[in-house]
Write a protein that binds this ligand. Sequence first.
Ligand SMILES: [Zn+2]
Length: 367
Amino acid sequence: MSDDPLVEAIPDLPKVVLHDHLDGGLRPQTVLELADAVGHHVPAHDAESLAQWFQQAADSGSLVRYLETFDHTLAVMQTPEALARVAKEAVLDLASDGVVYAEQRWAPEQHLTRGLSLEATVEAVQAGIEAGVAEAAAGGRTIVVGQLVTAMRHADRWQEIAELAVAYRDRGVVGFDIAGPEDGFPPDRHAGIWRYLADNDFPVTIHAGEAAGPASIAQAVHLGQADRIGHGVRIIEDIAFDDETQTATLGRLAHWVRDHQIPLEVAPVSNLQTSATAAKTIAEHPITRLKELDFAVTLNTDNRLMSRTSMSHEMRLLVQHAGWTIDDLADVTIAAAWGTFQHHDARRALVEDVIVPGFQKIEGALL
Ligand SMILES: [Zn+2]
């Protein structure tokens, strides 16, 4: 509980999440049940201990331990039933947190160990999403959810996965992403796919500026023609701050990203866990500075299980530790709505019919 009325009202605010991994957002109890069903060993035997194990492993500062967490979630997501269940529960969990629009990303190539085809994985996830949306609606919550299909940087299936994403563009897939080891596996590793995606007028977001610096962001926006950047927080390295005069001088790339208002999908809790930023606290996290400088900052969860977070939790931390107001929360939510991989008219409807009235209602109640 908090005595700040805004903090209390956060769960009721309408939210948009653009960067949330399906394999990073399972309910701990579901991991236990699915693991039991397939005989997969997990490191804890009740939901609370397992939740703590995931968070501690992700928090340990060891990339090996961080990646190990995904071994467990991926191991239990290898059948159509498991994929559909996880997708459905993700939609329900987001909806109950006030999320009205979500894009859920995941890498189909990581779900083939029990013989599924790439197509079957996408269809299973879509069935789960649709079931979740319907159940949320029956419970009085409206949510729209799209899939982002991810190719793993270190695997060499980018073209195949890009074609998969495009093939399912009218059946739930709204965009393409690359994830995995950013350093050493740059977009020019398979430069042709970006042209293929552009030729198909297909939306792209690229994880960049998380584990590598501005040069990685430059490739994402110039070669990858990324419509959004996954994290992108290291764009801060292309900005010089003079604390004495309180001025910021942007480098050419920082100007480019800001001039084009390329949405940055920032996930503060995750960034602190993976040391994507030199900041050690939410108060120091560059999201606030980037927002003050008028970058198109959006707020995200990344991996709700590993970070033990939610959109409400991320918002609460920024209000309590970085001085954010309800207007700041509205700004990032509206920026995210305009950055969704929907067409312009749908984005406008989301902003004007859902986000703005939703915030006004809470703001009115807080006065
Ligand atoms: Zn991510």
